[in-house]
Ligand binder design. Structure first.
Ligand code: HAM
Length: 449
């Protein structure tokens, strides 16, 4: 491609085609590592997101819609300065008023900020909210790990019943099952209450003080010694293999609650395993913590995770209420559905694609399409002057479940053939009463797929 910038200024009607081509600008690309969805895949994304949200709504969670950027201090205080998320991965910038702003790397801190700011905890407890949207972490991009990614999350704030822990886990479990996913497992642990955690942290610090660590790692361990379990480096993993285990330091209360969570999960038929080395990547967790792992995704296998967070609200300047929630990675669930070959349900497909192949038929198709849309059918049609072959190709590409060819013969006889695009079967149907015979359509709609 030439980049003759002078071409656009010497534009004449004779040469406009050539000069437009030579003046074409260099096309831009999306920033590195962002996830994007466009048809056809955007339908899978929509199906996944809506299914996850529906599971939250079934348990009484209500929408909370929050800004994608917040005061940087919120994440420093809420998520924790020892975490990779805060120390290495935040998109932080100064706005025009000189304030430090950060694109949200996760949803929980923002929800707590809103609960405190708007006194949502003064009403009925627990406060149960769901959210869905884009989150930002400057991670090294790879399959399933993006710099802008999507989560559906829930938070239940204000009460510390083990029953709520189980409800939250059950919402995620039900959502994955509703998607049709099978190849996933649930891992749980307890990070203990403050007392258990303090007792354990003392022992862990003692153990870490015997290790030969570089300055940066020692500094992270100083802020939160549990972070070292999360370190991906083999040498640190091997140093930490002999460290004391948190689950063995739970006091009676924490141990009893963790027992109760496990027994309730079993009663609900939710399979799980206890992972006593799980450390979540954010500092606010206490008590029950969990992760859902999909086994068809390679390295980025965490499709969702969460846990309880005593102390977060107080740390952000609110009252000392507990909360629990999860974040599910929508992008990873899309990949998981694809890995398991899950088909889009009929309700996400176009019902009918009309193929008019004469000028008269084009006009009629427009009217028929509008009539059927009023009856709630999803209808599209071929535009432009297409041959029958071209029109049917468009019908095929549209993903519609049925197609209807309209030509002069069909108009003359008032009969057209409605084709099931999957089975290839056709039935003859009266065009003039098409929208009145909607029942016939719906019968075919619920047919095989
Ligand atoms: P998280 O484990 O950091 O937790 O993220 C939740 C989910 O988001 C992960 O399991 C994963 O599926 C997805 N995810 C995270 N980072 C990326 C990425 N870079 N690219 C693609 N997907 C990603 C939280 O964010 C907590 N706020 C969850 C929570 C809510 N805990 C209590 N309440």
């Amino acid at each position: 491609m030439t980049s003759d910038s002078g071409a656009s200024t010497s534009n004449t009607s004779n040469t406009s085609n050539t000069s437009t081509r030579s003046a074409r600008l260099h096309p831009l690309q999306a920033p590195k590592g962002v996830s994007e969805y466009f048809p056809d895949r955007s339908q899978t994304f929509e199906y996944v997101r809506e299914t996850l949200i529906e599971s939250a709504k079934l348990s009484g969670y209500r929408l909370i819609e929050l800004p994608v950027f917040e005061d940087t201090e919120l994440f420093k205080r809420g998520v924790g300065e020892s975490t990779d998320v805060v120390s290495k991965e935040m998109y932080t910038f100064e706005d025009r008023g000189g304030r430090s702003i950060t694109l949200r790397p996760e949803g929980t801190a923002g929800v707590m900020r809103a609960v405190i700011e708007h006194n949502l905890d003064r009403g009925q407890l627990p406060v149960k909210v769901w959210y869905s949207g884009a989150f930002f972490r400057a991670e090294r991009p790879q399959a399933g790990r993006y710099r802008q990614f999507y989560q559906v999350g829930i938070e239940s704030i204000g009460l510390a019943d083990p029953e709520i822990d189980v409800e939250v886990i059950a919402v995620a479990d039900r959502a994955f099952k509703a998607l049709g996913l099978k190849n996933f497992t649930l891992e749980i642990t307890s990070l203990g209450d403050r007392e258990s955690r303090n007792r354990y942290t003392l022992e862990l610090r003692k153990y870490i003080s015997t290790l030969d660590l570089d300055d940066e790692t020692a500094r992270r361990a100083e802020i939160n010694p549990l972070r070292l379990f999360d370190d991906k480096r083999e040498e640190i993993k091997s140093l930490m293999s002999g460290a004391p285990i948190l689950l063995e330091y739970l006091n009676e209360n924490s141990a009893r609650e963790f027992e109760r969570v496990q027994s309730l999960l079993t009663k609900l038929g939710i399979a799980f395993s206890v992972n006593n080395r799980m450390v979540r990547g954010l500092d606010y967790y206490t008590g029950t913590a969990f992760e859902f792992v999909h086994h068809g995704l390679g390295a980025q296998s965490g499709i969702g995770g969460g846990g309880r967070y005593d102390g977060l609200m107080a740390q952000l300047g609110g009252s000392d209420l507990s909360g629990i929630g999860f974040g599910i990675g929508v992008d990873r669930c899309v990949l998981a559905c694809e890995a398991e070959g899950i088909l889009l349900p009929d309700s996400y497909l176009l019902d009918l694609f009309l193929v008019p192949i004469s000028v008269q038929a084009k006009g009629l198709a427009l009217i028929v399409a509008e009539d059927l849309r009023k009856e709630g059918l999803r209808v599209d049609l071929a535009y432009g002057d297409r041959s029958l072959k071209g029109g049917m190709k468009a019908a095929d590409k549209s993903g519609a479940r049925f197609s209807l060819v309209l030509g002069d013969d069909e108009l003359a006889s008032d009969l057209a053939s409605l084709k099931n695009m999957k089975t290839g079967e056709s039935i003859s149907i009266k065009i003039s009463t098409l929208h009145e015979n909607i029942a016939q359509f719906f019968q075919m709609k619920t047919g095989d797929r």
